[in-house]
Write a protein that binds this ligand. Structure first.
Ligand code: FE2
Ligand code: FE2
Length: 136
């Protein structure tokens, strides 16, 4: 896998991830509104994100490395390290139960915003690569 099929899979997984991030963001909002049960929803959404995002990062590292420039591969690897670090931090916060729920919700929203921004940039980069392939 690589090239166009790889790109399509990345885009599809980004759509799935956006849906998951929406669920996580909604749970975080409900935590901030002190809705009953919201903290377990938040915890559940973080667990699901943890599994899905990890698999996505591995898939990108497999599918995109052959088609990206060395500089772009470096950037992707650095970004993935940051994403994994942020995910590990949030996962251990929600499992550890040592933080105020409102702080957890803020941290979750911060991660959601960062991941949405990263995915948007990735999609734009893929669009650029696709356009270039079309020209060639
Ligand atoms: Fe990525
Ligand atoms: Fe991605």
């Amino acid at each position: 896998m690589g090239g166009p099929e790889g790109f399509e899979q990345v885009r599809q997984e980004h759509r799935d991830l956006r849906a998951l991030l929406g669920t996580l963001d909604d749970a975080a909002s409900r935590v901030l509104e002190h809705t009953a049960g919201a903290l377990s929803e938040l915890r559940e959404a973080v667990r699901e994100l943890d599994v899905t995002l990890r698999a996505h990062l591995v898939m990108e590292e497999t599918a995109l490395v052959p088609v990206l420039s060395a500089g772009a591969v470096d950037r992707m690897r650095r970004e993935h390290i940051e994403q994994r670090t942020a995910l590990v931090a949030l996962s251990s916060e929600v499992e550890g139960d040592t933080k105020e729920p409102a702080r957890l919700a803020d941290d979750a929203r911060w991660l959601v915003r960062g991941l949405l921004r990263d995915m948007q940039e990735e999609d734009a980069a893929l669009d650029g690569l696709t356009a270039r392939e079309g020209e060639g």
